[in-house]
Design a protein around this ligand. Structure first.
Ligand code: GLV
Ligand code: MN
Ligand code: MN
Length: 427
């Protein structure tokens, strides 16, 4: 039998180890299908095997460990999270969920326990979408919902996604073969850092997620005319960056027009309202003495209410077109992701809530403003999520921090969740 402190310590150490596999020296950046992803998959597979799991990698590069049930023809519970990261990431967004799931299996294995259902721990190959702007690649393949058109999309080095999958050892032509059948599944449950300040303000280690906010990602391109910075008079310029700058401020203004509720310590749920972000901008040709000829930027828009999000995107599109017309700049609008709000499945939310109570904590239900693989997996099976408190709510930042004590609590809640599911009539 493994003590809970040992398990939590192992999870913390493993998150440190995984954070050392990066594309960039001195900071953590791990995009889909890159050499550090290969190292991470290899390492995670080794830990999974040691925990009594059969391991394979599917056709897109998700690493999957299976811990068999105590009976034949049993159904399967999926656990896990993603192993890719954003640029200059923290250690816990994604890997924490995979490591806690693995710890739960390790604890069953150490006490020679099997459950009336199999457990599969999934380490998704891409959730953040950093390399190809297309999030949830890994879970889309598991759900059988990947749009094959994305295989032709290219990264910043003009490598197509199909080629990246091949280079990683996968097979872009047989992705459908990696989809799961829903009648075999009991659901998907993911542990994740909260990435917000609510649990900390309530002094709670964990919370149960009710729903995941809707989300649009769009690539917007502004094309003008590059020219000499010393010779073209200002009224004759068609500067793509100036048009993009005007648009970026319009995006901020749109987000600020509906600020939502900002929590104060000890108060209820945060509702971020409308949030609209331009997080990535490329300027071409990109020289101090050249008028920018082309700008490509990423736009990320989220709101709990799908109609508000969709209307906001339409209004921003109109604004981009107006800015382009006034400045004689061509504007291209390419939606790359569109997900409505996803409610978590009530009976799994109830089970997780009972598990939290059994650990002696009050149940705090909260929505997720961040996107998660449940958004795609809900098309396949029931979904639930457990959030773990993180310091100052900071995430997508190397300052991401969780405590070993909270990790221990989350692991115990998941142990309880598995036990409750084993006793429930469904398996
Ligand atoms: C994932 O981290 C997202 O919400 O963008
Ligand atoms: Mn993230
Ligand atoms: Mn994440």
């Amino acid at each position: 039998m493994l003590s809970i402190d040992t398990s939590a310590q192992t999870v913390m150490e493993r998150c440190d180890t995984l954070a050392s596999y990066s594309e960039e020296p001195g900071r953590l950046t791990r995009r889909f299908a890159t050499p550090p992803m290969r190292q991470v998959n290899r390492q995670v597979a080794e830990w999974m095997r040691a925990a009594g799991m059969d391991v394979h990698e599917d056709n897109i590069g998700n690493v999957i460990g299976r811990y068999a049930a105590n009976q034949p023809n049993a159904r399967t519970l999926l656990l896990g999270s993603h192993l890719d990261t954003v640029r200059d990431a923290g250690k816990y967004d994604g890997p924490l969920g995979v490591m806690i799931a693995l710890a739960c299996v390790e604890r069953l294995h150490a006490s020679q326990q099997r459950l009336p259902f199999a457990i599969e721990v999934l380490g998704f190959a891409d959730e953040e979408g950093l390399r190809f702007h297309s999030a949830y690649l890994g879970s889309n393949v598991v759900a059988g919902t990947l749009n094959p058109e994305v295989l032709a999309w290219t990264d910043s080095d003009s490598i197509t996604m199909a080629q990246a999958i091949r280079d990683f050892g996968g097979d872009p032509d047989t992705l459908l073969a990696s989809r799961r059948r829903s009648d075999d599944l009991l659901g998907y449950c993911e542990v994740h850092i909260e990435q917000g300040p609510v649990l900390e303000s309530l002094n709670l280690p964990v919370g149960v997620v009710t729903a995941i906010t809707g989300h649009s990602r769009i690539i917007v391109s502004f094309t003008g005319i590059a020219g000499h910075a010393g010779t073209v008079p200002m009224p004759l310029r068609r500067d793509a960056l100036c048009a993009a700058a005007e648009f970026i401020l319009a995006v901020e203004q749109m987000g600020r027009s509906e600020p939502g509720l900002i929590t104060t310590v000890g108060q209820v749920t945060v509702e971020p309202g409308l949030v609209a972000t331009v997080g990535q901008v490329t300027v071409e040709p990109g020289a101090s003495n050249v008028i920018p000829g082309k700008v490509v930027l990423s736009l990320d828009v989220r709101h709990q209410d799908d109609a508000t999000r969709i209307l906001s995107c339409q209004q921003l599109r109109t604004r981009a077109r107006q800015i382009g017309e006034a400045r004689q700049i061509a504007v291209e609008w390419q939606p790359v992701q569109e997900n409505g709000m996803v409610p978590c499945t009530p009976h799994l939310v109830d089970l997780l809530s009972q598990a939290v109570k059994r650990q002696g904590y009050p149940v705090h239900l909260l929505p997720s403003g961040a996107g998660h693989d449940s958004v795609t997996l809900v098309k396949l099976t029931d979904v639930a999520m457990l959030f773990v408190r993180c310091k100052a709510g900071i995430s997508h930042n190397p300052a991401e921090s969780v405590t070993s004590k909270d990790v221990a609590t989350a692991t115990q809640v998941m142990d309880q969740f598995l036990a409750l599911l084993a006793q429930s009539p469904t398996p």
